[in-house]
Design a binder for this molecule. Structure first.
Ligand SMILES: [Zn+2]
Length: 163
């Protein structure tokens, strides 16, 4: 019997870390949303206002991100329609990931728009990705340890941002 909670966990651990940038990306000039004007917050591309508010909140409660290498550079979160996400994923050779992956080098997190389907999946996946940045580690257990702490804070502080 499949336990729904373990299924969510499994999906989230399918995220991947990639180290390079495909040429298409470095050549592109993605539009930068209004959140770029907020000092210290992440640059969020392709999200609705509500999604943007939530992602900004989660990044802001992520104290673990401070004083990590390149933490003075803005983190970028790119939300892509699921089909586009799958194409981008192929470009990064991140074939196994279902909903999210990150590039530590580019300081970018890519999310499928499907991640916003339910709150628990969203919370689990975005904090997991931030966990990679907090620990600067490609290992899932390292990321999860930091993610756990971020998750607790985000649940208390940011849930109201999307309700
Ligand atoms: Zn991961």
């Amino acid at each position: 019997m499949k336990h729904p909670q373990s299924l969510v966990f499994w999906i989230c651990l399918q995220c991947l870390i990639v180290s390079g940038l495909p040429n298409a990306l470095t050549a592109g000039n993605p539009e930068v949303g209004p959140s770029a004007l907020l000092a210290g917050g992440p640059v969020i591309i392709g999200a609705t206002l509500l999604q943007e508010r939530f992602l900004t909140c989660v990044a802001q409660v992520s104290d673990e991100l401070r004083d990590t290498p390149n933490s003075n550079e803005r983190l970028t979160v790119v939300v892509l329609e699921h089909q586009k996400f799958l194409e981008m994923r192929e470009g990064f050779h991140a074939h196994k990931t279902k909903l999210a992956f990150s590039s530590l080098l580019a300081r970018r997190i890519y999310l499928s728009s499907r991640i916003f389907g339910d709150f628990e999946t969203l919370l689990r996946c975005i904090t997991h990705e931030l966990g990679h940045f907090a620990t600067q580690s490609v290992y899932e257990d390292h990321a999860e340890r930091a993610a756990d702490r971020i998750r607790q804070r985000a649940r208390q502080t940011c849930q109201s941002a999307v309700q």
